[in-house]
Design a protein around this ligand. Structure first.
Ligand code: FES
Length: 167
């Protein structure tokens, strides 16, 4: 399957069941934030090379048909327990980029380092935690992952993932 086909599938998923106005905004948000990293997919696992990530710049990969964002947080950022983990002293965060309100794909604003869901105005911070007073009821889900050097294997439960679940 080509990248373009995969992207169209995502857009179909993102647009299904949302109102027309929200759909256009959502489409725009997806285009702005879609920035694939080098990744290899095999048997339900997606292996992503994190070495090229730039601070504060969101990247999105596909894992089992879902968009997963990965962010290297800006230096000086506060560590959010249960959401962020460290590799070589730098903070990273990962989540399934699907709004926990009604399933749209929130866009990431690099200026504010936060997510905005265009469908109903939901907001999440850089670590994927929902902002109280906006529609999403909980943080974006964290996919199982394993860190192996500067590689992330999505679909496998490693020590960093276990630690986040315990926090
Ligand atoms: S689907 Fe995201 S705010 Fe409603």
């Amino acid at each position: 399957m080509s990248d373009n086909v995969k992207r169209r599938d995502f857009l179909g998923m993102a647009l299904g069941g949302v109102a027309a106005v929200g759909a256009v905004a959502s489409l725009y948000a997806v285009k702005r934030t879609w920035d694939p990293l080098p990744s290899v997919v095999s048997a339900g696992f997606t292996t992503v090379d994190l070495s090229g990530l730039q601070e504060g710049h969101l990247s999105t990969v596909e894992w089992r048909g879902k968009p997963v964002y990965i962010l290297k947080k800006q230096s000086g950022s506060q560590k959010v327990e249960g959401r962020d983990f460290e590799i070589n002293g730098a903070l990273y965060t990962v989540g399934i980029q699907i709004c926990t309100h009604l399933g749209c794909i929130p866009g990431f604003d690099e200026k504010t380092q936060g997510f905005l869901c265009a469908c109903h105005g939901g907001r999440f911070n850089a670590s994927g935690v929902n902002q109280p007073g906006t529609p999403p009821p909980r943080p974006m889900e964290i996919p199982p992952f394993k860190i192996d050097g500067m590689k992330m294997v999505l679909g496998e439960e490693g020590a960093e993932y276990q630690a986040l679940k315990k926090a």
